[in-house]
Design a protein around this ligand. Structure first.
Ligand code: RP5
Length: 190
């Protein structure tokens, strides 16, 4: 598990929430059924999406990671989205860049909440990803986060918050995370 110190400007939470070791793309949390599915359109998205995974590590939430491309592996996407709820997943976090149809396509094939993370593209700095994900026509929602690392961290936090509506222990861990974040904010700029 990761500590919150690995999240850059986020403080470590009170208590023992992580052991600081990254599992990496494609790894599941051993011994725990994943509740969150983190998918991304390419391995190149992992540098962004690992922040969602590290956030869930810090909060002690079981997740899985997988590369699922809407245009390069459409059948993998179909199988993943169709089977996600039946396998016990509760939330899908989907990151993609450019013409980023992965979150919307995933949402079209599952009733699970789908959180979209726009990956920062080279050509348009993620504006293409953002607009592709956020502008879903009415009827199939995707909860869209910020471009890049901030969006990935917040997708992890939001996915955990969704689970916490029926998990009091997780709600306490999230509250502790927030308190630690508050406590780490300095009074003075220097
Ligand atoms: C999208 O195309 C992926 O989500 C990624 O952000 C982008 C570029 O993919 P690669 O060419 O790096 O594999 O499908």
């Amino acid at each position: 598990m990761h500590s919150l110190e690995r999240l850059g400007d986020c403080p470590p939470p009170p208590g023992k929430l992580g052991d600081g070791a990254s599992k990496g793309l494609g790894a599941d949390m051993p011994g725990e059924a994943p509740l969150i599915g983190i998918i991304m359109g390419s391995r190149s998205d992992w540098e962004t999406m690992r922040h969602a995974a590290e956030t869930l590590d810090a909060l002690g939430v079981a997740y899985e990671t997988k590369v699922v491309s809407a245009h390069r592996t459409p059948e993998r996407l179909y199988d993943y989205a169709k089977q996600a709820a039946g396998r016990g997943l509760k939330v899908i976090v989907a990151g993609a860049g450019g013409a980023a149809h992965l979150p919307g396509m995933a949402a079209s094939m599952t009733a699970l909440p789908v959180l979209g993370v726009p990956v920062e593209s080279k050509a348009l700095s993620g504006m293409d990803s953002l607009l592709s994900i956020v502008q879903m026509p009415a009827g199939v929602p995707v909860g869209t986060l910020a471009i890049g690392r901030a969006g990935a961290v917040n997708a992890g936090l939001l996915a955990a918050a969704i689970l916490a509506t029926s998990d009091a222990a997780l709600a306490e861990r999230i509250a502790a995370w927030r308190q630690a974040q508050t406590d780490a904010v300095a009074d003075s700029p220097e």
